[in-house]
Each structure stands twice: as structure tokens, then as C-alpha cells.
Write a protein that binds this ligand. Structure first.
Ligand SMILES: Cc1cc2nc3c(=O)[nH]c(=O)nc-3n(C[C@H](O)[C@H](O)[C@H](O)COP(=O)(O)OP(=O)(O)OC[C@H]3O[C@@H](n4cnc5c(N)ncnc54)[C@H](O)[C@@H]3O)c2cc1C
Ligand code: SF4
Length: 494
């Protein structure tokens, strides 16, 4: 373990942020990671508990006490070993070390006292040093199997699966309908949370390991109308599900859960009411140097973001960078407590008020509020009609006398995602579960298999809207099942 008395002597240290006035001027990352000495002190605080709740709280089961100890020891060879430990469970710690909500820290035993080990900041420090030192190198398979796998979708689940399968010796081709690789890492999560050079660097590593990427290729079909028709799709080429099944020995569907939840109230058709996932991808494309015919902009506008989660928060941060006149975020649920009831919730993920770095950049937050209508003139939105709601007996009801009008020139709908695009699953004949996701279990030995022969599913496409770390886990586990299907057995880790 780290320092035996470390947790008694050393305080938790948060990563720093560039000042708000500075960071809202651009789209660059603004988190100031721990330096080697600070990471060592955080590592020293780990108690290496007999039951490491952190390891269980982490969806990829990172072996946290081991890398904490290595970082505490602090010699170059210890750091080099720390990245090996980290990579043994997580293909992409540079993503999770930046944007994971860190359920591991909620589960840390020190969180009983509200000062968990800064696990995520240590992970961030390890992988950034590993890249800087040249410790992250391609690991091409020594022996090729002669088997081929198509992965549909290049988000974190598709990427993790593709890397595992290529390292197992299979010929892997990743199909992506958008013009760049990365899924929501690329076109959902803003650059100020995750700069895209991190994805490019991994893609280069994976290409050197033999993975082929075919971008701008749609597998199956897109919906012709409705919310599904607004999903980002840059494809110039289409390949049918049958072609894919005949050309490859196995197919893994990792297309995400792309159908945004709509708000079908009067005035929804007005110009200026958009899905978050129309707004956010455009800014990421502009940051990447693309020229768009038209961009949804927030400059000088009163912006209302409907939806209190991460996607909504990303809309807040992007609107402030555009120079919005005001930004207000609505959440239909009541405001949660600032501090959770820890004896009741630990080591699980608690419901509590979470204030993101985007909120700190300027945003009014309204809770327990529902939008009844969008109002406007000449086809353009100019406001919203709202009411306060209470959640009783499993349903929301309006609180009489709380009706209110809000001015708005831009409304962004960030109310989550319903399920994957039905057209893609239908093209393969894949059964859907009760929530509309690809139906497949996760059990060791037969998991991730759909009802269709040699077709597997993982990530948000299988589990519904989730987190990057869960997508990585599913991609790794699905790769193991695909490898077992192709070879009769597998040595890939679960
Ligand atoms: C705005 C936003 C912010 C988020 N922030 C965070 C965060 O901070 N931390 C966190 O942990 N999680 C966050 N998430 C959630 C996280 O991004 C997702 O859970 C994760 O990316 C899911 O990974 P995936 O690989 O399953 O799917 P995705 O990342 O959705 O990737 C699926 C890919 O498949 C492609 N595809 C789909 N169908 C086809 C087809 N038919 N043919 C070819 N290609 C296809 C899509 O174009 C897409 O590129 C955020 C999500 C959003 C929307
Ligand atoms: S991946 Fe997320 S949950 Fe796991 S150790 Fe890293 S920050 Fe914690």
C-alpha cells in the first residue's frame, strides 16, 4: 500500500482549472492535472483496503490500489509499471482520466469521510506521463488467425472491442458513418472536456496494430424522418447488413443509442428549437476545421437548455463560449441535496447536486420545472411557457399558480436518448429488448450475442445511454465473446 499513515496526514487534492474568464475564450481543455509529486501524495493516501470497493465501483475494474501504490513509490520504473496495470483493464485511460464521473471515488473507503483518494486524477497523470515518455506503443498480434471481424461504430465500445480483437490476431475493420472516428467522444463531448488529438493518437496506435477504419460508410439505413433523421450522418457510402455478414466471420454492432428524446409540446416546430446533438457536433466539427453551410449559434441569445444532465451541461459550456446573453438550464426533477446521506449511499453512486465546470462558467439552474409550450412569431422561437411540477405517487403533476414565461432565442433539448436507431437493428434482423436496445445478455461464455448468427452487440447500442467507461467495458467483454465464437476458446480478459 501507499504510506501507512498517508490518509491521516495528507489531504485530498483536486485538479486545478484555468480561470473562467480565460477558458471561455476558447475550446481547449482547461484542467490542470497533478504533477508527479502531487500524484505521489494522492497515491500515498490509498489504504489498500482489504476489500477494495473502488475496484468494484469502477466499471472496468481498474486495479486501483496497485497503481496508487506504484505512483506513491514514484521511481520511473514504477510509473512504467503503473501504466501496464492501468492498461490491463482499460484500453483508453486518457478518455476516462478526463471525463469519467469516477464512481470509483464514490466507492473509496475514504469517501465515508468525504475525502476520497483522487483516483481519477492519478489515472490522468499516469496515462499522460506514459504517452509523454513513449511507453504507449502499438502491440500487433504475433500470430494472425485468418478470421475477420466487422465492428459497426467507432465510439469507445467499438474502439475497445476492435483493439482487443486485433491484438487477438483477427483482421478488424471498423465502419463509421461519420467522417471521423470516435463516436460521442468525437462529436458529442466538447473539445474543452476532451481534445480530439487524444482520439487521433489512439487511432494511429490501432492502425499500427492492424485495425482498418472505414469512415463515411453507413451500415444499413438511416430513418427518413423524425428525430432519427437529425442524427449526425456524414456517410457518402452505404453497405448493407447482408453484405457485411457475408464478407466477415463476425459482426459487432456498437452503434450507440443515438435517438434523442423529443419534447412534443405546442411550438416544437419553431425555428431555434434544436436537439443538443444537432448543436454540439457542429461546434466540434468547426473546431476540427470543417466549414459548415450553417451553424446553430448562441451568440447574444437567451439560451434555455432543457435537461439537467451531462449533455445539458455541455450545451451550457458551449453556449457560453459562443457568447450567449444568458444561459438557463431546466431540470424536471427537484433539486437534490448538496450532500448525500453517506451511511445510506456509500459505496454506491449517490444522487446529489452536481455542479459541473460548465455551470461555474455562468448558468441559472431551475429545478422541478416543465415546459408546456414554445412560443414565437414568424416561425421563430421567442419564449417558453413553464410550470413548476412535483413528483408524487410515481408521476409529475403541475403546481397550480406557478405558470411562468421565459424569453428564449435558442432552446436546446438535452433530455437524454431513447434507444438506438431502429433502422440499423432492423437491417440486421436483431431483436430489441423492452427499452428498444439490441437484445443480448452479458454472461461469460454466451454474452453479447444477438438472436442473429455471428452478430454481437455492445455499448450504448446494447445497454442504452450510459458512460464511456461502461462502453469500454462492454467493448472488451464483447471482444472476448467474439474471439471465443471464432476460435472455440479465448484468452482475452473479461
Ligand atoms: C453530449 C454528451 C456528453 C457526454 N459526456 C460524457 C462524459 O463526460 N463522461 C462519460 O462517461 N460519458 C459521457 N457521455 C456518454 C458517452 O459518450 C456514451 O455513453 C459513449 O460514447 C457510448 O459509447 P458507444 O461506443 O456505445 O457509442 P457512441 O459513442 O454513440 O458511438 C457509436 C458510433 O456508431 C456510429 N454508428 C451508428 N450506427 C451506425 C451505422 N449504421 N453505420 C456506421 N456507423 C454507425 C455512430 O456514428 C457513432 O460514431 C456523453 C454523451 C453525450 C451525448
Ligand atoms: S475509469 Fe472511471 S471509475 Fe474507473 S478508476 Fe478511472 S475514473 Fe474511476
Amino acid at each position: 500500500m501507499g504510506k501507512v499513515t498517508g490518509f491521516l496526514e495528507i489531504d485530498r487534492l483536486e485538479e486545478g482549472y484555468e480561470p473562467v474568464a480565460q477558458r471561455v475564450k476558447n475550446y481547449k481543455e482547461f484542467v490542470i492535472g497533478l504533477n508527479t509529486e502531487q500524484a505521489k501524495l494522492q497515491g500515498a493516501r490509498c489504504m489498500d483496503c482489504g476489500t477494495p470497493f473502488c475496484n468494484n465501483g469502477c466499471p472496468v475494474n481498474n486495479i486501483i490500489p496497485d497503481f496508487n501504490d506504484l505512483v506513491y513509490r514514484g521511481r520511473p520504473q514504477d510509473w512504467a509499471q503503473a501504466i501496464k496495470v492501468l492498461h490491463s483493464t482499460n484500453n483508453f485511460p486518457e478518455f476516462t482520466g478526463r471525463i469519467c464521473p469516477a464512481p470509483c471515488e464514490a466507492a473509496c473507503t475514504l469517501n465515508v469521510n468525504n475525502d476520497p483518494v483522487g483516483i481519477k486524477s492519478i489515472e490522468h497523470a499516469i496515462i499522460d506521463r506514459a504517452w509523454a515518455e513513449g511507453w504507449v506503443q502499438p502491440q500487433p498480434a504475433a500470430v494472425k488467425t485468418g478470421k475477420s471481424v466487422a465492428v459497426v461504430g467507432s465510439g469507445p465500445s467499438g474502439l475497445a472491442a476492435a483493439q482487443q480483437l486485433a491484438r487477438a490476431g483477427h483482421a478488424v475493420t471498423v465502419f463509421e458513418k461519420n467522417s471521423r472516428v470516435g463516436g460521442l467522444l468525437r462529436y458529442g463531448i466538447p473539445d474543452f472536456k476532451l481534445e480530439k488529438s487524444h482520439i487521433d493518437r489512439r487511432v494511429a496506435q490501432m492502425q499500427a496494430e492492424g485495425v482498418e477504419f472505414r469512415t463515411g460508410v453507413l451500415v444499413g439505413a438511416m430513418p427518413a424522418e423524425g428525430a432519427g433523421a437529425k442524427v449526425t450522418n456524414d456517410a457518402q457510402l452505404t453497405i448493407s447488413a447482408d453484405e457485411l455478414k457475408s464478407q466477415f466471420d463476425a459482426v459487432l454492432l456498437a452503434g450507440g443509442a443515438e435517438l434523442s428524446r423529443d419534447l412534443p409540446v405546442p411550438g416544437r416546430e419553431l425555428d431555434g428549437v434544436h436537439f443538443a446533438m444537432e448543436f454540439l457536433p457542429q461546434q466540434n466539427k468547426v473546431n476540427a476545421g470543417d466549414t459548415l453551410a450553417q451553424q446553430i449559434r448562441a451568440d447574444g441569445k437567451h439560451v434555455i437548455v432543457i435537461g439537467g444532465g451531462d449533455t445539458g451541461s455541455d450545451c451550457v459550456g458551449t453556449s457560453n463560449r459562443h457568447g450567449a446573453a444568458s444561459v438557463t438550464q431546466f431540470e424536471v426533477m427537484p433539486q437534490p441535496p448538496a450532500v448525500e446521506n453517506r451511511p445510506l449511499t456509500w459505496p454506491y453512486w449517490p444522487i446529489k447536486l452536481r455542479t459541473s465546470s460548465s455551470h461555474d462558467e455562468g448558468c441559472v439552474r431551475e429545478f422541478a420545472i416543465a415546459t408546456k409550450a414554445f412560443t414565437g412569431s414568424d416561425g421563430k422561437v421567442s419564449g417558453l411557457k413553464t410550470v413548476q411540477v412535483e413528483f408524487k405517487d410515481g408521476k409529475f403533476s403541475d403546481v397550480p399558480g406557478t405558470e411562468r414565461d421565459y424569453p428564449a432565442d435558442l432552446v436546446l433539448l438535452a433530455m437524454g436518448f431513447v434507444h438506438p436507431l431502429e433502422t440499423v437493428l432492423r437491417a440486421f434482423g436483431v431483436d430489441r429488448d423492452a427499452r428498444g436496445n439490441a437484445k443480448a445478455g452479458t454472461e461469460d461464455g454466451s454474452g453479447y450475442r444477438t438472436n442473429v448468427d455471428k452478430v454481437f452487440a455492445a455499448g450504448d447500442m446494447r445497454r442504452g445511454q450510459s458512460l464511456v467507461v461502461w462502453a469500454i467495458r462492454e467493448g472488451r467483454q464483447a471482444a472476448r465473446e467474439v474471439d471465443r465464437f471464432l476460435m472455440g476458446d479465448t484468452t482475452l480478459p473479461r
